[in-house]
Design a protein around this ligand. Structure first.
Ligand code: SF4
Length: 466
């Protein structure tokens, strides 16, 4: 157990987050984080005895004071445990944002690298990854036009709930009756969106969830028809639909996606090991994944992403090697490799004592296996993000073949243009590029509430959008 006390400041959330990854490595210590006239101090005590003492002087600036308070606690813990975290004391979920901000201030890549290594204490391979990803993203972001937005549409239904899931998602079986009402409400929101984008360009549309292909053929056709009627889809650079789970996909649905101009889909195995698929509550086999993938190719889908997770319960390095080898045989256009995160609203979190979690060292090896696998398939990392409570405190990385990078994934991560988000639980992000301010306009998460309060959701957008 690590106890801590803040003295003369209240960065409780930040200090707690930096301490959390060390909890597995140390017991019964007490930390003080003290601010005294811009002097940031961290002290570690064990059995009442002072063990480590660190102090750093911050400039008279709120951001730097906060960073140095976190940094002193982090360095004290590193010295005490002899363990360093791969991402140093960086706590945000968008590491590459730092690189873009520094580039905007005309700082060279060399100086950025130096700062990331020496101030944030990020490990060299992670710094290389950040720079590589930022360079890839920059090519896409530099093409953003004034008055351009992207659109997200959420379909919060899935066949069953995965063990680790924390998304807004309902079992389609229990909510089948609601789908019609949901699509009616979405139709209203889409009509509003049509008006809003009248004098704007749409760069990308992303239909996610949930699993949008949980809808039956008629419902999918209605959804795609609504999207095509309200937006000039043929002129949009990228139109993605998450086909997600193979148990929701068939030939007809894949044909409809093609017919209605969807040019990128995601078929997400997470693992290519049948035992694990059962364990995580997915209703399909690896054979279903393979069959669905080839079906999509046969119909002409030429940009297929596959999501994977490392650190799934019960998996070891060999299982991840098996997954990546089988993915290599399929040869998708992009993959996203997530590190398992124990999310608050997940079943996994509730039943944590039933599972043996993967250690940081094992996760590290698994990540190397997937990075090498992506390289073997001719892919490079193009987007990157981190989440709270990830095993080993690592990252999620998207890899793609040249020109198959997802524009939407980069836009949502880097927050350089407005994302208009429709559907239950969707959060619109209004980006003001003049002031660099970002305002969020959330829709209610609950499907029934969304349906009943759709006019209010539209009013929120009318008020908040610029
Ligand atoms: S498919 Fe995705 S959204 Fe659906 S339950 Fe699984 S993790 Fe959640």
């Amino acid at each position: 157990m690590i106890k801590f006390k803040l003295i003369n400041h209240n960065y409780n959330y930040e200090i707690e987050n930096i301490i959390k990854p060390f909890k597995n490595y140390v017991e019964n210590i007490y930390i003080e984080s003290i601010l005294k006239n811009n002097l940031c101090i961290a002290r570690i005590y064990k059995d009442g005895e002072l063990q480590i003492f660190k102090e750093e002087k911050a400039k008279d600036n709120k951001k730097e004071i906060k960073q140095r308070l976190i940094r002193t606690v982090y360095h004290s813990l590193c010295e005490f445990t002899k363990i360093k975290m791969p991402w140093g004391f960086l706590t945000g979920i968008r590491p590459t944002k730092i690189v873009h901000d520094m580039l905007e201030n005309n700082i060279t890549y060399e100086d950025i690298k130096y700062h990331l290594l020496n101030f944030y204490d990020i490990r060299e391979d992670k710094v290389e990854l950040m720079i590589k990803v930022a360079k890839k993203e920059k090519i896409i972001l530099d093409k953003n036009k004034d008055n351009e937005i992207s659109i997200y549409i959420g379909i919060p239904f899935c066949p069953t709930r995965c063990l680790y899931c924390s998304f807004t998602s309902y079992s389609i079986k229990n909510k089948e009756i609601l789908v019609k009402d949901y699509l009616n409400a979405l139709e209203k929101e889409l009509s509003f969106a049509k008006e809003y984008v009248k004098d704007k360009t749409i760069r990308s549309i992303y239909v996610g969830g949930g699993t949008p292909t949980s809808l039956n053929e008629k419902q999918i056709e209605r959804l795609l028809d609504l999207i095509n009627k309200n937006f000039n889809v043929e002129d949009i650079e990228e139109f993605t639909v998450e086909a997600g789970r193979p148990d929701t996909i068939n030939r007809k649905k894949l044909e409809l996606l093609k017919e209605y101009n969807v040019d990128r889909i995601s078929i997400n195995p997470q693992t290519m090991n049948d035992d694990t698929l059962i364990k995580i509550g997915r209703n399909h086999t690896t054979q279903d994944i393979i069959r669905t993938f080839y079906l999509a190719r046969d119909i002409g889908h030429d940009s297929i992403n596959m999501d994977l997770i490392v650190g799934l319960p019960g998996e070891n390095k060999k299982d991840v090697e098996n997954t990546i080898n089988r993915i290599k045989e399929l040869n998708p256009d992009s993959i996203t490799v997530h590190t398992m995160a124990i999310k608050r609203a997940s079943r996994l979190r509730e039943a944590l004592e039933e599972y043996k979690l993967t250690t940081a060292n094992e996760i590290e090896e698994m990540i190397s296996v997937t990075a090498k696998g992506a390289k073997d398939m001719g892919m490079e990392p193009y987007y990157l993000y981190r989440q709270k409570n990830m095993l080993g405190n690592f990252e999620n990385v998207g890899y793609s073949k040249p020109s198959k990078e997802s524009i939407y994934n980069i836009e949502i991560m880097e927050e350089k243009e407005t994302i208009l988000a429709l559907g239950a639980g969707a959060i619109t992000k209004v980006v003001d590029n003049k002031t660099n301010k970002i305002e969020r306009i959330p829709n209610v998460k609950n499907v029934e509430e969304y349906v009943n309060r759709i006019d209010e959701m539209i009013d929120r957008k009318k008020k908040g959008l610029i």
